[in-house]
Write a protein that binds this ligand. Structure first.
Ligand code: FPP
Ligand code: MG
Length: 334
């Protein structure tokens, strides 16, 4: 039986990813060593580089055989924006851990981490600003969505959330950069009109599915794989997919999500994780995540179909790698 390759294995082979990583590292140069130190610290924590990898793979899939400088610039810009959001997000969430290690916020404090986020965001803009106005506008739209998503993500004790608001937040805070990667890759490959729109939808559905998976993993994965304690979204009263579904299931225990966390939360979090493991909430969440990935696949087919009618050469290898990524994502949920 053939084993599904890991994301790291799929992405290691993506042409151009090393150039993207090299370019990102050159962007840490500054007269203030603390900025470079914090940026390098976050970069060194790893991560799957899923956004640049997806951008490069899609561009290859739609005919860019060898990554061009514009493509490498946009893929690096997207990862730099992502890094900036993580720095700011850990401050907002007061997160002690990021990728199995002390978060930059915990290691270097609020002020320096905040400024490093500003620094990386500015570096990203300098890359994107050299490109076509379409990409500049798309980048602005994605960054606005990121800030909107983050500010709309109010805790469950402060606002009433539903499946619908939870999805809007996921689309804005997470799918925005997947959509940007897909749109930029399509645009640079020569896609226009309906096929470009279909590819943007592919990115958006995949990004929402990715966030839903993240929400599911938060309650089903052990600490070793998660890189932080399970149940963070419960502790933080986030309007995650799991939390809104759990509230909608009318569980008496879930109503505690509508109250501010108290000093000793662990008993509640452990009870919540145990109840969720036995409930239908996780199955329902998997179904919704699967629907997003299926909608992404459909949109990708649409983009391929209309791209072919535009006379654009399609590279099936690259599209196969994207599908392998999606399959991998779904299998991790089982
Ligand atoms: C992680 O969510 C957070 C995001 C994906 C988006 C963060 C966006 C901002 C901080 C807005 C700033 C915008 C710009 C352009 C700099 P999470 O807390 O659910 O996931 P985690 O477990 O990775 O922390
Ligand atoms: Mg966070």
């Amino acid at each position: 039986m053939t084993q599904t390759p890991s994301l790291a294995e799929i992405f290691r082979a993506v042409p151009g990813l090393q150039s993207v990583e090299g370019l990102i590292a050159t962007k840490f140069t500054t007269e203030a060593p603390q900025l470079a130190k914090i940026a390098s610290y976050l970069f060194g924590l790893g991560g799957k580089r899923v956004r640049p990898a997806l951008t490069l793979l899609l561009a290859k899939g739609f005919g860019i055989r060898e990554p061009t400088q514009s493509l490498v610039d946009v893929a690096a810009g997207i990862e730099l924006i992502h890094m900036a959001t993580l720095l700011h997000d850990d401050i907002i969430d007061r997160s002690p851990i990021r990728r199995h290690h002390p978060s930059p916020y915990a290691e270097f404090g609020t002020n320096d981490t905040l400024l490093t986020g500003d620094f990386l965001l500015t570096r990203a803009f300098s890359l994107c600003a050299r490109l076509d106005p379409f990409i500049i506008d798309a980048t602005e739209e994605a960054c606005i969505n990121l800030t909107e998503g983050e500010i709309l993500e109010t805790p469950l004790y402060a606002d009433t959330h539903s499946l619908s608001t939870s999805r809007i937040i996921a689309a804005k805070k997470t799918a925005a950069l997947f959509r940007l990667g897909a749109r930029s890759a399509g645009f640079l490959s020569g896609l226009r009109g309906d096929s470009l729109e279909a590819l943007a939808r592919f990115g958006e559905h995949l990004g929402v599915g990715f966030q839903m998976l993240d929400d599911i993993l938060d309650v089903i994965s052990p600490e070793e794989t998660l890189g932080k304690r399970p149940g963070t979204d419960i502790r933080e009263r986030k309007p995650s997919l799991i939390n809104v579904l759990w509230l909608e299931s009318n569980s008496p225990l879930a109503t505690k999500l509508r109250k501010e966390p108290v000093e000793n939360e662990e008993e509640f979090v452990q009870k919540a994780l145990a109840e969720l493991a036995e409930s239908s909430v996780i199955g329902m969440a998997r179904l919704l995540a699967r629907q997003e990935v299926e909608a992404a696949e459909l949109a990708l087919h649409e983009a391929v179909g209309s791209a072919s009618s535009q006379g654009i050469e399609i590279c099936l290898d690259a599209l196969g790698a994207i599908k392998a990524t999606m399959r991998y994502t779904l299998e991790r949920m089982e």
